[in-house]
Design a protein around this ligand. Structure first.
Ligand code: AHG
Ligand code: MN
Ligand code: MN
Ligand code: MN
Length: 334
């Protein structure tokens, strides 16, 4: 079987797709791929390297940071700083924006928002975790880029994607012209094209939500869950319930098999738990580009106003028909 196209070859081939095709976005994607390979190496042997467990620090989210949260964050900062194409990094693990515009990258035009390790609670139990990234062009045209360059609406993203460190390690991304998936071939240390032109099924039979919070869910979500559980042969119900606890794993499954993922408001998270800038906007860009739908139960995620770095939002995302059905229950309950 012919060697599959590597990520690097694919990026170069698609370079002409980029409106600013001077190679900068290509190099930025390459830098992200390099950091992902380094993180993958540590994820795969975390248990051997004392890289499991808590780091003893708490992030701005109020979460206890895992050693791998911090390690992954450092790898992406290092790769993006040395690559020279990124002027600001916004990360789940940093309260403020990280200025990367060193002398090398004074004219860097790109902003990267990242969840360096998604699903941290799964690290120590050997369940898939991932990285989520979102890329914008700076809007300001002079001086140093600022926070305003980061707080852009999701529709402004020029690229977005995720890495899933699972049974195999995959990098899935979009630049607004469809979605392509690459699988890491450890024998050559390259991401190779394995899932060209990914499309999420328009409907499915899997719903994904942490039902442990059921009592605190809005009525519309409770009604939708009951709809999923009712016997109806014509619509293949009852659906299956699957919930990994890593957003990227639940969404990657939906990309392949179809399904809906919901993280609604709960008593503990009245604004939702998932973060708009580095979880919901990038995953919404990928899912929409694959033919799916992503809203907060009513409004399109990528058109939500972005007012702060660690802003949260409820999210209903996945197969278009399933998200639309859940939105019907949300509208009825109002
Ligand atoms: P992170 O590990 O980056 O903080 O993200 C965890 C998120 C997301 O990956 C997952 O879907 C969700 O938290 C799970 O939350 P619950 O444990 O409350 O279900
Ligand atoms: Mn976290
Ligand atoms: Mn996350
Ligand atoms: Mn995280």
């Amino acid at each position: 079987m012919a060697q599959a196209k590597t990520l690097g070859q694919f990026i170069i081939e698609k370079q002409a797709d980029f409106p600013y095709a001077k190679g900068e976005l290509s190099r930025l994607l390459r830098d992200i791929g390099i950091a992902a390979k380094i993180v993958n190496r540590e994820v795969n042997k975390a248990g051997l390297m004392d890289m499991q467990g808590e780091a003893g620090s708490t992030n701005i989210q109020g979460e206890s940071q895992q050693k791998l949260d911090i390690y992954a964050n450092e790898q992406f900062i290092t790769a993006l700083k040395s690559g020279g194409e990124c002027c600001i990094l916004a990360s789940e693990e940093n309260e403020e924006i990280v200025m990367l515009d060193t002398d090398v990258s004074l004219d860097a035009k790109y902003i990267v928002a990242i969840d360096p390790l998604d699903g941290s609670s799964n690290i120590d139990v050997n369940v898939s975790v991932g990285t989520i990234f979102s890329i914008y062009r700076r809007q300001s045209t002079s001086g140093r880029a600022t926070l305003a360059d980061v707080l852009q609406m999701g529709v402004n993203q020029v690229a977005a994607g995720y890495v899933i460190y699972g049974t195999s390690t995959m990098l899935v991304y979009t630049t607004g012209k469809g979605v392509n998936g690459f699988t890491l071939d450890p024998s050559i240390g390259e991401f190779c094209l394995s899932h060209p032109n990914m499309k999420i099924p328009k409907t499915g039979i899997i719903y994904s939500i942490n039902e442990g919070y059921y009592v605190h869910f809005p009525q519309g979500v409770k009604s939708y869950i009951k709809y999923c559980q009712v016997e109806d042969e014509a619509t293949h119900r009852p659906y299956s319930s699957r919930y990994v606890g890593s957003m990227i794993a639940d969404l990657h499954r939906s990309m392949i098999k179809g399904g809906i993922f919901i993280y609604p408001v709960t008593a503990a998270t009245p604004g939702g738990k998932l973060r708009l800038v580095y979880e919901c906007n990038p995953m919404s860009f990928v899912i929409e580009q694959a033919g799916g739908r992503a809203t907060d139960g009513k409004n399109r995620i990528m058109e939500l106003d972005v007012n702060s770095l660690h802003q949260r939002t409820p999210i209903f995302i996945g197969s278009e028909q399933m998200v639309l059905k859940a939105e019907e229950f949300m509208a009825e309950a109002v």
